[in-house]
Design a protein around this ligand. Structure first.
Ligand code: GDP
Ligand code: MG
Length: 726
């Protein structure tokens, strides 16, 4: 057998995976002992691979080659004295910067070295991307990715090692640390001094020896003294002169300056080869967090974001809202002309289109709101909000984490209640679920817009803001109450995760927004449609009502008499008369519809409910609107549209006017808004509560508690306000 023999040494930082790779390479053929003279484990193995006899040596783990620790001395001596054919520097790729120090030192010694970028899996999972080609080019050596514990890349590593061993060696001139000018000057003058004055042999490569002498390396000094012949003292003296000179220049030991410069070199390499998406993100995140979670400015910024979110939702949402409004009006107006007058037309216009149409208008607002919430979530700001709210949430006996479902509750309670799943403790979860419905969901907003718009005019915005605040305050009060009674217990300790900020991807934002809006659309097609139809049926039947007045003939009479007048009137008066005629007719139509509504099934139900709602200033029509709101809060507005406006057209201005002339007072409107805010959640939410608490009991409890609270608070507002006003 005439096989070539190569010795391959494995070097690297402790825990970089040397032994793992060594074991992979050698299998069972390994000798374990101690390095001569010291009790540091020595592992060796002989294997045959690719037609070669390979001797593998597992060197002790070191961070550098300065001879301070016994491991460093062993590793360095082995490389310098035993001269293995190849050194494989095993680098922890997830810790490139730390590992490269040793690597640059190997580069300075004249030996054939290649890099194994081990822990490639860890690096990848941390989002570290290493440009191996660039690294290989910059340091002029082969680079192989490996995953030691999965035996990946080990064969390639051996192949490359053999290739390198076979190749003729050229001293890499450029691919190593270049020190600053003064140091380089000293190095080269000391190097030529060594080359010219040494009579024996220079123990190592002259440049490296010069560097070590400048660093005052004891071991190298000793070797020079022993082996460089009769001029060795002059050599050391010369080195000392350079050291003194450099000390004077840098006001520091040359070895320290040179270490710094090596790190500078490493920093340069890192910049070139490492795209540290994750690390940078963490650093940047830390800086952003210095501001966003700051004790003083963090909270105002947070409030600003919330304010901006609502502002965007309503101001930007106003435009598409108008387009949809126009579209719905167009459809219903066209149908008025196209369809024959019958029950089906009434059903389609006043049931389906009036009901669903008055709700679909709010789709843009809801899309925008959910879009904003998705931005908060996808960027990582949501967890900062939770962090900021932690203190306040502790007032309720909950963690900041519970704030996330609550914030989402402003959009829709259903996903909000589902979001409480992330809470570990069951009690925390239940408590969060019980108080989330007080976060006024977007479906309640149309009610506020209509009522506040009608009764509070310019102050509508502040009133609506106030309503939201009432919800937040009552959720805190409720939280405290339940925490000290029904759901007693300490909040479960947990670590608030602050994931690095990420630029949100538009696609993921859209998907998240859509996922949530789907719930809204499903409600629209399902529950709201059904609710609207039921409301319509209850208000359209019974059909043959005995009216207090024969409206139809009265209308014809009115028309006829006006028309007669118009015939005889002057040209100038004709327009005025025509307008008076139309007004009178629509008055009559309205009166007829009101009477019809009053005498419908809906009216009867409303009359039954009226005594319950009278003390809080809400009449029978309002009572019915609230009742239908159980199906979905959006229906409150559409029911009011059917019952108050009663002139058939879907027009929010018309509804406002109708409300103003309905006998409702601003105080009653306020009481109604608060009632809407607090009373039982909609059907979908109730179902979610049942699902997420896993308990029928909690569901019933939530319905009863919130409705009672709503009545009591509305009562206090209405009665209190009435007393104050007197
Ligand atoms: P040494 O100190 O350099 O000899 O490192 P070891 O070989 O003892 O390895 C340290 C730890 O890292 C062990 O738990 C190995 O299983 C693990 N390890 C080694 N290589 C890899 C790798 O590529 N990926 C991962 N995830 N773990 C590794
Ligand atoms: Mg080891």
């Amino acid at each position: 057998m005439n096989q070539k023999r190569f010795s391959i040494a494995l070097a690297g930082n402790p825990n970089s995976g040397k032994t793992t790779i060594f074991n992979n390479m050698t299998g069972t053929r390994q000798k374990v002992g101690n390095w001569p003279g010291v009790t540091v484990e020595k592992k060796e193995g002989n294997i045959k691979k690719f037609g070669y006899d390979l001797k593998i040596i597992d060197l002790p783990g070191t961070y550098s080659l300065t001879p301070f620790t016994i491991e460093e001395i062993i590793a360095r001596d082995f490389v310098l004295e035993e001269r293995p054919d190849v050194v494989i520097d095993i680098i922890d790729a997830s810790n490139l910067e730390r590992s490269l120090y040793l690597a640059t030192q190997f580069r300075e010694i004249d030996c054939k070295v290649l890099f194994a970028l081990n822990m490639a899996d860890v690096a990848r999972s941390r989002g570290l991307k290493i440009d191996d080609k660039k690294l290989s080019e910059l340091l002029d050596l082969p680079v192989v990715f490996t995953v030691g514990n999965k035996n990946q890349g080990i064969d390639t590593l051996l192949e490359k090692a053999i290739e390198l061993a076979e190749s003729s060696y050229e001293i890499p001139k450029k691919r190593r640390v270049k020190y600053s000018k003064d140091i380089e000057n000293s190095i080269s003058s000391l190097k030529s001094f060594l080359e010219n004055w040494t009579e024996g042999s220079i123990p190592y490569n002259p440049r490296w020896t010069a560097i070590k002498l400048l660093e005052d390396d004891k071991i190298v000094k000793k070797r020079v003294l022993n082996e460089a012949g009769k001029n060795s003292r002059e050599i050391l003296q010369q080195a000392q002169i350079h050291r003194d000179f450099l000390m004077d220049r840098f006001d520091d030991d040359p070895e320290i300056v040179m270490t710094d410069e090596r790190y500078g070199f490493i920093a340069g390499i890192i910049k070139e080869v490492l795209t540290t998406s994750a690390k940078q993100r963490i650093d940047i995140s830390r800086n952003i967090d210095l501001v966003l979670t700051n004790r003083f400015v963090g909270f105002p910024i947070f409030l600003f974001f919330i304010w901006a979110m609502f502002q965007l939702t309503f101001s930007l949402g106003a435009y598409p809202m108008e387009w949809i409004d126009i579209g719905v009006n167009f459809v219903s107006k066209s149908l008025v002309h196209v369809l024959p007058n019958n029950l089906f037309k009434d059903f389609l216009l006043n049931g389906v289109i009036a009901g669903v149409g008055s709700v679909v208008i709010f789709l843009p607002n809801i899309l925008i709101l959910f879009f904003c919430i998705s931005i908060f979530e996808d960027t990582g700001y949501m967890s900062r909000a939770a962090f900021l709210m932690d203190k306040i949430m502790h007032l309720i006996g909950l963690h900041g984490k519970s704030f996330i479902p609550m914030l989402m509750g402003f959009g829709c309670n259903v996903p909000a209640i589902m979001a409480s799943r992330t809470l570990e403790s069951e009690k925390d979860r239940t408590l969060t679920i019980l108080i989330t419905p007080f976060m006024s969901c977007s479906a309640k907003l149309p009610v506020y817009i209509v009522l506040a718009g009608a009764f509070f005019g310019a102050r509508a915005g502040s009133v609506i803001f106030g309503i939201y605040m009432v919800g937040i305050i009552l959720s805190i009060v409720t939280g405290r109450l339940f925490r000290s009674t029904l759901l007693r217990g300490a909040d479960a300790p947990f670590v608030m995760e602050l994931p690095p900020y990420r630029a949100p991807m538009i696609k993921s934002l859209l998907i998240h927004m859509w996922d949530r809006s789907k719930i809204f659309l499903k409600k629209m097609g399902g529950i709201i449609l059904i609710g609207s139809v039921v409301v319509w049926i209850l208000s359209a039947f019974p059909q043959n009502i005995s009216y207090s007045l024969d409206y139809n003939s009265k209308i014809s009479e009115t028309k006829a008499s006006y028309n007669a007048e118009i015939e005889t009137a002057h040209e100038s008066g004709k327009k005025l008369l025509a307008k008076q005629r139309d007004d009178a007719v629509s008055e009559l139509i309205k009166a007829k519809k009101t009477e019809k509504a009053e005498k419908s099934f809906m009216g009867s139900i409303g009359k039954v409910l009226a005594p319950v709602f009278a003390p809080i200033g809400i009449d029978w029509r309002g009572s019915i609107a609230l009742l239908t709101g159980f199906v979905a809060k959006e229906i409150v507005v559409s029911t009011m549209g059917v019952l108050y406006a009663a002139d058939g057209t879907e027009d929010s201005a018309a509804l406002k006017n109708a409300l103003l002339s309905s006998g409702m007072t601003p105080l009653g409107a306020l009481a109604m808004m608060v009632f809407v805010l607090l009373y039982m959640p909609c059907l979908a939410t109730v179902a979610a509560i049942r699902r997420e608490t896993g308990s029928f009991k909690w569901m019933i409890f939530s319905v009863v508690y919130s409705t009672s609270l709503a009545w009591i608070v509305a009562f206090c507002i209405y009665q209190g306000g009435t007393i104050l006003a007197v």
